[in-house]
Design a protein around this ligand. Structure first.
Ligand code: PRP
Ligand code: URA
Length: 209
């Protein structure tokens, strides 16, 4: 596994445990996904460049730093990635939001695209793809390919739980893309679900099952 950053912060690990619990209800699940996304966003943006500015405080001049020009975008993969948007926007209120609609065909497990809308200046931005689950990696790999087809080159992938298989798939298809996650699980079951994982992220977020 290459290019993977696993967040071991105690707050993130604690919240991931609550998220995995099958007794966590939809409201709690949604809140946790949003909170974890915000905590992870803090680390994902660690390499943002700063520039020096001069600011007048009530008692004098300060040479200080602000984020320099680098523009960021976030791209949730529908549906489940939507759960991570609010947390990221709390941290990055100026970020533009694109959407990619994909679902996994339950038979083939292959991703099927049904929607794609990106910010007009997406190619000038660093784009962070959001999806709680990286299972076979098919959906994330397809989403990254869509961005690359639109000349977007600066891409990160942020997920909550990743499988080894999913990470290896992204490493193979997109060796240039960094993967940021809170946990790596060893197995997928016959339906392509991460084991132990947390179940179906979209259903648990939106109460559809
Ligand atoms: C889930 C999840 C990912 C995908 C991961 O979405 O949110 O997008 O599966 O699986 P993969 O790595 O094997 O491609 P799903 O297809 O269930 O759609 P939904 O979000 O609309 O429920
Ligand atoms: N999609 C999910 O929501 N959960 C998994 O475990 C795998 C794919």
């Amino acid at each position: 596994m290459k290019n993977v950053f696993i967040f071991d912060h105690p707050l993130i690990q604690h919240k991931i445990s609550l998220l995995r619990d099958k007794n966590t209800n939809t409201k709690e699940f949604r809140e946790l996904v949003s909170e974890i996304a915000m905590l992870m966003g803090y680390e994902v943006t660690r390499d943002m460049p700063l520039k020096e500015v001069e600011i007048e405080t009530p008692v004098g001049m300060a040479k200080t730093k602000v984020i320099s020009g680098k523009k960021l975008g976030i791209v949730p993969i529908l549906r489940a990635g939507l759960g991570m948007v609010e947390g990221m926007l709390n941290l990055l209120p100026m970020a533009k939001v694109g959407h990619i609609g994909l679902y996994r065909d339950p038979e083939t497990l292959e991703p099927v695209e049904y929607y794609c809308k990106l910010p007009v200046d997406a190619e000038e931005r660093e784009m962070v793809i959001l999806d709680p689950m990286l299972a076979t990696g098919g959906s994330a790999s397809a989403a990254i390919s869509f961005l690359k087809q639109r000349n977007i080159t600066n891409i990160k992938l942020m997920c909550l739980i990743a499988s080894r298989t999913g990470i290896e798939r992204i490493n193979k298809d997109h060796p240039d893309v960094g993967i940021y996650c809170a946990a790596v699980d060893e197995k997928l079951n016959d339906h392509g679900y991460i084991v132990p994982g947390l179940g179906d992220a979209g259903d648990r977020l939106f109460g559809t099952k």
